[in-house]
Design a protein around this ligand. Structure first.
Ligand SMILES: Cc1cc2nc3c(=O)[nH]c(=O)nc-3n(C[C@H](O)[C@H](O)[C@H](O)COP(=O)(O)O)c2cc1C
Length: 147
């Protein structure tokens, strides 16, 4: 069983709802989960903890404000993430030209520090789903088995 920190970026709450659904699913599989929607330096200290980035997109493929401190920490402070396991849930809307760019930006930033992604990112396109939390729970049932 794993400890998982879900780092959330959300503007209007959908990604947070998704994170809560995923937390419930992972907990039901016996994992220990905490949701972090207000990232601060120091929140990556448990080297055994798996990171799950769960972000929406805003602007032109930009990061939601509440996950910018996480990105800035990665880019400015180079935290020790070599070998750290992580996953990505990326909520976007394919009618925007910069579809799902925010999740890709964060995925690259953690990979650049040597972290190792578990499984493929889940990309949730709001055009094609009415129930992102349910989609994410289905994905988490599979992802859980990789931890
Ligand atoms: C003002 C605005 C800008 C957006 N820009 C993008 C974008 O550039 N790329 C994208 O894939 N989705 C974009 N989206 C779609 C959102 O990321 C998507 O609706 C997401 O589910 C919102 O989740 P949230 O409530 O957690 O912020 C945008 C949505 C809004 C309202």
């Amino acid at each position: 069983m794993a400890a998982v920190q879900i780092i959330v970026g959300s503007v209007s709450g959908t990604a947070l709802e998704v994170a809560e659904a995923v937390a419930d699913t992972l907990t039901a599989h016996g994992h220990q989960v905490r949701i972090n929607a207000r990232f601060q330096k120091g929140d990556l200290q448990d080297a055994q903890e798996v990171l799950l980035i769960c972000t929406s997109n805003t602007g032109m493929g930009d990061l939601p404000m509440n996950i910018v401190p996480f990105y800035e920490h990665l880019k400015n402070d180079y935290p020790a993430l070599a070998g750290r396991r992580y996953g990505v849930i990326n909520l976007g809307d394919s009618s925007f030209p910069n579809f799902a760019q925010a999740g890709k930006t964060l995925d690259e930033a953690v990979a650049d520090l040597g972290a190792v992604r578990i499984g493929e990112p889940l990309v949730i396109d709001s055009i094609f789903t009415n129930d992102p939390a349910s989609d994410a729970s289905d994905w988490a049932n599979e992802w859980s088995t990789l931890l």
